[in-house]
Design a protein around this ligand. Structure first.
Ligand code: SAM
Length: 250
């Protein structure tokens, strides 16, 4: 089945869906460390992580944390990116939107080190990060405190017995619904059809989210002014098509 036919099927199956969505556990399942870090990256990690990392004591996982308290100055809006890889997307956004505060989570040390190295000579101070599970930030933030959440190319966990590791599940969607403002966006991408279907099913079945796609073409076209991630640029060389799934908090 081609991608368009597959997406058309999803739209129909979502409308008729009675699938029971179960509560699933969450955690970090991927690797946290890769090759030994080169000197420059190691130094960036040592010098800059303390400057940019959110203090763990502020992350009490009881929805009492206001994003204003995580930055030196308050911003007019706040977004969270979970699993930012090497951080090119969040860096580009933070430079483009200097009135917005960005929170990012990436447990993979090598990715965090590249992000910090690339942040070194920049003047913007509107990003704060956590080198850990992004759900720790999500469970800490107060109700309706975010304007949007990015989950771009999350680990697909292809094997069926690993599907419960996927970051999109009912429990995490409940948390995202809690911390997003009404009208706030949940932006997800993937080039893995099975994962796209999974994300559509869980998010489409959630009572607090509305899919923004009017047509199938909307899911296959990057939103205006889109900043492609590293994974997306690597994947785009192959035959697979990226799928853009944008939902709004009711
Ligand atoms: C396939 S990579 C995509 C990276 C980046 N978003 C991109 O598109 O280039 C998935 C990333 O999610 C991170 N990740 C996995 N579980 C996570 C979690 N619970 N919290 C935050 N990041 C997570 C992984 O370490 C990995 O860097």
């Amino acid at each position: 089945m081609n991608c368009n036919a597959w997406l058309a099927n999803i739209v129909v199956s979502l409308k008729n869906s009675t699938q029971h969505v179960t509560t699933l556990p969450r955690n970090i399942f991927g690797r946290r460390k890769g090759r030994p870090l080169k000197k420059e990256r190691r130094e960036a990690l040592e010098e800059l992580l303390p400057k940019f990392e959110i203090a763990k004591k502020k992350l009490t996982e009881d929805h009492s944390c206001l994003p204003d308290n995580l930055f030196h100055t308050p911003y007019s809006s706040y977004w969270l990116e979970i699993g930012f890889g090497q951080g090119e997307h969040v860096i580009a956004l933070s430079e483009r939107n200097t009135e917005t505060g960005y929170l990012g989570a990436e447990p993979f040390i090598n990715g965090m080190a590249v992000f910090l190295k690339n942040t070194k000579d920049r003047n913007t101070d509107n990003v704060r990060v956590l080198m850990d599970d992004g759900m720790i930030i999500a469970r800490s933030l107060g109700n309706a405190s975010l304007d949007g959440i990015y989950i771009l190319n999350p680990d697909p966990w292809h094997k069926k017995r690993h599907h419960k590791r996927r970051i999109i599940n009912r429990e995490n969607l409940d948390i995202f619904a809690k911390i997003l403002k009404p009208g706030g966006q949940l932006v997800m991408t993937t080039d893995v059809e099975n994962l796209a279907k999974w994300m559509c099913t869980y998010t489409g079945n959630h009572p607090d989210f509305i899919w923004q796609a009017g047509t199938i073409e909307d899911c296959l076209t990057p939103p205006e002014n889109w900043i492609p991630t590293r994974y997306e640029q690597k994947g785009a060389k192959g035959s697979k098509k990226m799928i853009y799934l944008i939902y709004k908090r009711k």
